[in-house]
Design a protein. Structure first.
Length: 498
């Protein structure tokens, strides 16, 4: 098969993690994120069979939280002894790595760039330990006149009314999705905990076999779901072992170029992995307006479009990495894409076990997918990236076989925006009888149920947010099923349940 010279191809992938060797968890040999990313890029170049990192047309970095460089791509390039021609940084969101790869593939195909380095990394573990020790880290920053281009569209993630009710963090929202999923499946709490515990145990087994994973210990379902002193309940029904682990120092990178450039560089053909298709879209932005907390229609449509553009169905996909910040995310993704929970759904081990370096986890997914596809020539791989509260989605379809029609991309947002939505009830006149549709209970660091949060539906179909700090109610809502229970939501959002 003749390959169009402008066909985008991934030629190298690298992952790097660093654990401080200092006694007592000190900071003597700590590395900043730019150093982690530079090491990942070196590994990607070696992976491509290159003697050194080639000069890219553009350096592109996933937005990071553990250090403010100003222009992180410039700092990374300096680490590698190269002078950047163009630098860019993405907007926030776990979807960013796949969204970035999709947009870069289109640019390569159009001839706007020829070779690009994509990377992301965090040193959050070190940053938090430095803060706890009141140590000022001597990490570099770019000159003040360095201004990277901003790539991607940013979304405001919360309404003021949501923040007023204390609903503003993923660890509060994803557990609500979980209770809605459980109720929709008709499972008892015990049966559902077994299902998600076994799901997470399978993820931990993948991480245990992944040399680039942060936690490489296979866990049993009981170990994952049972609260203990080291595995405290955080947001019911999630223990610490069921939430994304951002306490890591790790980075990943891929080198992407045109097929013509790959050949000119002498990259062996068996190293090439092609992005076949991609899609980007988002749910109704604010969770208050989602029609249901038990499904994700934008995932269904976006994933289907990406597969259609690649000429595939989900049954043609052998390798999958679903975004896995919490068990509910995996279930929503699998349900929307038509995947059984019993099949392998990760190539890394997921954000809890492989590591969840904030926005850049999916850069590890892509790097791992490259390696997995090389081991299975001709197989197809699908990556789903997610940002926000299962809000922003990006999809990528990959194979070692070149695409027959070039890289193709979909942005089906207009169709999603026209889907059913709910209105949020606000104000004293909206208080009154309601039905709980989803809920969670936030726990103290000592494992004590403290605050109950609930999404409620009013008789006219609008949504209202309820909150209770009554510890007796919070404790009671950790036992049995509360979805479908009658409740009242006061004018100030106070939740009361009969």
């Amino acid at each position: 098969m003749t390959i169009d010279p402008r066909t985008p191809v991934l030629i190298g992938a690298g992952q790097f993690l660093h654990r401080t060797s200092s006694s007592g968890g000190g900071l003597d040999d700590a590395l900043d994120p730019s150093t982690l990313m530079a090491e990942a890029i070196r590994l990607a170049a070696t992976d491509a069979g290159l003697a050194s990192v080639p000069q890219p047309d553009s350096w592109r970095v996933i937005s990071l939280l553990s250090w403010r460089y100003g222009d992180p791509a410039w700092v990374v390039a300096q680490r590698l002894g190269l002078e950047p021609r163009d630098t860019a940084i993405t907007t926030m969101g776990g979807n960013s790595p796949q969204t970035l790869l999709n947009s870069t593939a289109l640019e390569i195909q159009r001839g706007e760039v020829d070779l690009v380095v994509l990377t992301g990394g965090e040193a959050w573990r070190t940053r938090m330990r430095a803060r706890a020790a009141d140590v000022e880290l001597p990490w570099p920053k770019a000159p003040e006149d360095r201004m990277p281009r901003l790539l991607g569209d940013d979304l405001q993630m919360n309404l003021a009314a949501e923040r007023d009710r204390g609903v503003s963090m993923p660890v509060q929202v994803y557990p609500m999705f979980e209770t809605a999923i459980r109720a929709a499946a008709g499972r008892t709490m015990q049966d559902h905990q077994r299902v998600i515990g076994e799901l997470w145990a399978r993820f931990s087994e993948v991480a245990a076999a992944n040399p680039n994973a942060w936690l490489r210990e296979a866990r049993t379902a009981a170990e994952i779901t049972t609260p203990t002193a080291k595995n405290r309940m955080i947001g019911f029904p999630y223990t610490k072992s069921m939430v994304s682990n951002n306490d890591v120092d790790m980075a990943a990178a891929v080198i992407m170029c045109s097929a013509e450039r790959a050949a000119a560089l002498g990259v062996p053909r068996d190293r090439w992995v092609f992005p076949h298709a991609g899609a980007d879209c988002h749910e109704h932005v604010f969770i208050s307006n989602r029609f249901s907390f038990a499904d994700t229609p934008a995932v269904e449509l976006g994933g289907r479009r990406a597969l259609q553009l690649a000429g595939l169905s989900i049954d043609d996909v052998e390798l999958v990495d679903l975004y896995s910040c919490f068990p509910s995310a995996v279930q929503l993704g699998a349900q929307s894409l038509g995947l059984s929970l019993d099949r392998p759904l990760t190539v890394t081990g997921g954000l809890c076990f492989a590591g969840g370096p904030w926005n850049s986890y999916v850069m590890h997914s892509i790097a791992a997918m490259v390696q997995a596809l090389r081991e299975r020539p001709g197989a197809n791989g699908l990556v789903w990236a997610n940002g926000g509260y299962a809000t922003k989605h990006a999809f990528g379809v990959y194979s070692t076989t070149p695409p027959a029609a070039g890289f193709r991309h979909a942005y089906p947002q207009a169709e999603i925006d026209a889907m059913p939505r709910r209105e949020l009830a606000e104000g004293a006149e909206d208080a009154g009888a309601a039905t709980i549709e989803a809920y969670t209970v936030m726990h103290s660091r000592d494992g004590v149920p403290e605050t109950a949060l609930a999404a409620c539906l009013l008789p006219d179909g609008r949504r209202a947010w309820g909150k209770s700090t009554e510890t007796e109610l919070a404790a009671a809502m950790c036992v049995g099923e509360w979805v479908g229970r009658g409740a009242t939501v006061g004018a100030d959002g106070t939740l009361r349940v009969a």
